[in-house]
Design a protein around this ligand. Sequence first.
Ligand SMILES: Cc1cc2nc3c(=O)[nH]c(=O)nc-3n(C[C@H](O)[C@H](O)[C@H](O)COP(=O)(O)OP(=O)(O)OC[C@H]3O[C@@H](n4cnc5c(N)ncnc54)[C@H](O)[C@@H]3O)c2cc1C
Length: 252
Amino acid sequence: MPAPSALPDFFNQLRPRIAGELRTDAFYRTLYSTDASLYQVMPYGVLLPKTVDDVQAALELAARYRIPIVPRTAGTSLAGQAVNEALVIDFTSHLNRILEVNAEERWVRVQPGVVLDHLNQYLRPFDLQYGPDPASSNRAALGGIVANNATGSHSIVYGMTADHVLETDVILADGTRTRFGFLNPAELDAKHTRGDFEGSLYRKIRATLENPANISAIREGTPRHWRRCGGYNVERLLGDGNFSYRLPQDTR
Ligand SMILES: Cc1cc2nc3c(=O)[nH]c(=O)nc-3n(C[C@H](O)[C@H](O)[C@H](O)COP(=O)(O)OP(=O)(O)OC[C@H]3O[C@@H](n4cnc5c(N)ncnc54)[C@H](O)[C@@H]3O)c2cc1C
């Protein structure tokens, strides 16, 4: 496909707004044109964000100029998730810090570029480890692990990544920031009444999950084995029929 005609304007607007690097040269684009899959697709450019504000600026402008983006960490995905005709945003260069550990409550807050083995090394003195253990853990980073819902050979013990994520700080497709996590019923209702893009997402999800045809399609169509990472995992939102956004491991 030809590159979007707005691409030069997008790059020109983005460059002065970021502290990190924006690379559009053939060398960098070629480097990021492959991942561990069999696909090779040349990206439009590569952003190495230094701050979360850099990422937000990229998403805001990408929405305005309608430029596709692909977040990326280690690129060890096997199905082409980390390559596309898009602006690739690589979180591993700078946004790779462990921000907070709460050993008593057994949670950790990390940036997406933290490599799983580094995290587990860091947690060892606390007698803790992150359970799901993809075989690529010496390279794979938490951004990709969460997005792929990764797990590994001890999945029977530890479950999937989705069983261990308590909250995510996200930037939505319109460039706004929010946090996804446990909501009590009042908080959930408040989300639905918001007039912004986030509110529209909650309303669409509720409408989808309240539709009886969808409920039976989800109940009947979801494969009866738990180690799956394809699809949208909507059965987790269906719960016991009440709309529970609570994740299984969240004991708070
Ligand atoms: C040798 C080998 C062994 C493997 N073994 C396993 C295994 O045992 N179990 C398993 O589950 N998988 C396995 N994989 C697949 C892959 O390594 C894992 O799924 C891993 O979690 C991907 O992490 P990554 O950092 O490489 O992510 P990437 O490949 O860089 O990205 C994965 C996805 O996450 C998205 N993403 C990345 N960062 C963000 C972000 N900040 N925000 C939003 N989305 C983001 C990307 O767009 C992409 O869709 C293996 C792969 C290889 C090559």
